[in-house]
Design a protein around this ligand. Structure first.
Ligand code: NAD
Length: 327
């Protein structure tokens, strides 16, 4: 029998299916503290972990440990060097959240093109108008996603889920991802080689690249200025990729129409941040991947990576340190 230490509670249905598997025993460790909880880890053949921190000291005390399965895709809470030395694979839940984030982008696109919240407000205020007005001035009229162009930065897991949904809406899809081969693109998806070219054709821009020294401030006044005045930019990736001051200026100067932001340079966003006073921005608190379904998928995938490992059936794409260990 293999023992699984589950650090911090995960979806109950996921735990339930592990509990029905006679090959495994498990313990959920709430309020995990490496120093205080180490006794609970010592007998673990596998660790499932969310946000708790696992240092080299703790890892080395887990003599039976064979696999660590992270609930989520980031893994800076685990000492990678330490597990590499022990030849322990670290898996992540690569399939759980891509579609959830893609749907969040759609929610933001629909916010901009259908203006539901603004119309809701006007109906409640006894203003039965089919246009969004400011006094006698027409502010906006609804538009369609059909035949609009979307520029997707990053054609990875989320970028692909988004593109497939945009295809269903018969949008024109352009992607920018220097690491993707033209031949690996689906039908009706065009690759853009120069970032700026995508900015000038897009009605919507959606960002799905990781934050790195190369991508920090990648989107700034130089490319925002190339956007169409009626275009929108959406960031559900990482704060810091868009220069927030440049974005605020572009919105105030009517260079672009709006921005949807789930992620910020500093989180939580500072209470006096200038974007908070900008009515052309809609914001969510880094929740693009937070749905009950996604939570369940994360839980199931976290434990599946463990059971797949012991069944000798592990998808190596889930193993972040596969190049550093012998599997
Ligand atoms: P992924 O690794 O599957 O895809 C990222 C893609 O970006 C890859 O195809 C890569 O080739 C490409 N890329 C890397 N550098 C690039 C660059 N300089 N220019 C253009 N393309 C580049 O990642 P993913 O799972 O699709 O996630 C994308 C981002 O979304 C990550 O930064 C992740 O942290 C973020 N994310 C946010 C949330 C949220 O709650 N808002 C949830 C999940 C993921």
């Amino acid at each position: 029998m293999f023992h699984v230490a589950i650090i911090e509670s995960i979806n109950e249905k996921a735990i339930d299916s592990l509990s029905r598997n006679s090959k495994y025993s498990y313990e959920v460790i709430e309020n995990f503290d490496e120093n205080k909880s180490i006794d609970k880890l010592k007998d673990a053949d596998a660790i499932a972990i969310r946000t708790g921190v696992l240092s080299e000291k703790a890892i080395n005390q887990c003599k039976k440990l064979k696999i660590i399965s992270r609930h989520g895709v980031g893994y800076d809470n685990i000492d990678l060097e330490a597990i590499n030395k022990r030849n322990i694979p670290l898996t992540i839940t690569i399939n759980a959240n891509a579609l959830t984030v893609a749907e969040h982008v759609f929610a933001m696109m629909f916010y901009f093109n259908k203006n539901i919240t603004k119309f809701d407000k006007s109906v409640r205020n006894n203003q039965w108008s089919k246009l969004i007005m400011d006094g006698t001035k027409i502010i906006t009229i609804n538009s369609e996603l059909y035949n609009k162009s979307i520029f997707i930065l990053g054609y990875g897991r989320i970028g692909k889920e988004l593109a497939s949904r945009c295809l269903a809406f018969k949008m024109n899809i352009y992607i920018y991802d220097p690491f993707i081969n033209k031949d690996d693109l689906g039908q009706n998806i065009k690759k853009i080689d120069e970032l700026e070219d995508g900015f000038s054709i897009a009605d919507y821009i959606s960002i799905h690249i990781p934050l790195s020294e190369k991508t920090r401030n990648l989107i700034n006044k130089k490319n925002l200025i190339k956007m169409k005045p009626n275009a929108f930019i959406i960031n559900t990736s990482r704060g810091g990729i868009i220069n927030e001051d440049d974005l605020n200026t572009a919105l105030n100067d009517n260079i672009i129409s709006g921005a949807g932001l789930d992620v910020f340079d500093e989180e939580p966003i500072l209470h006096n941040h200038n974007l908070l006073n900008n009515s052309k921005v809609i914001m969510t608190p880094h929740i693009a991947a937070h749905t009950s379904e996604c939570w369940e998928r994360h839980g199931r995938e976290t434990l599946k990576n463990i059971t797949d490992y012991f069944d000798d059936n592990l998808d190596l794409n889930t193993v972040v340190n596969r190049d550093s260990i012998n599997l």
